[in-house]
Design a protein around this ligand. Structure first.
Ligand SMILES: [Zn+2]
Length: 89
């Protein structure tokens, strides 16, 4: 069933011209000197010359692929249409 969603995601993202990218940042681990990677999903408009983000998730994902699916879920939820409206106004 999860795989079926991916097909829908692809169609949705191509209709609105939005793509998902994943950003990795360092974040401090609590109580540890070691820095951990945190990943965040961003959606950007493929047609935008500067590829400015129209949306980004406010999570700190442990792995790039979970951030990627977070962004794909956002695309599938229909949120891109709202984001497009905001970008126009
Ligand atoms: Zn997320």
């Amino acid at each position: 069933m999860k795989d079926d969603n991916r097909g829908i995601v692809f169609i949705a993202s191509s209709v609105v011209g939005l793509k998902i990218r994943v950003l990795g940042t360092h974040r401090p681990l609590q109580g540890s000197p070691i820095m951990a990677w945190a990943y965040r999903a961003e959606a950007y408009d493929e047609d935008d010359r500067f590829h400015r983000a129209v949306w980004s998730c406010d999570h700190a994902h442990d792995a790039p692929h979970t951030a990627q699916s977070c962004g794909e879920e956002w695309l599938a939820s229909g949120a891109p249409i709202m984001a497009e409206d905001q970008a126009v106004s």
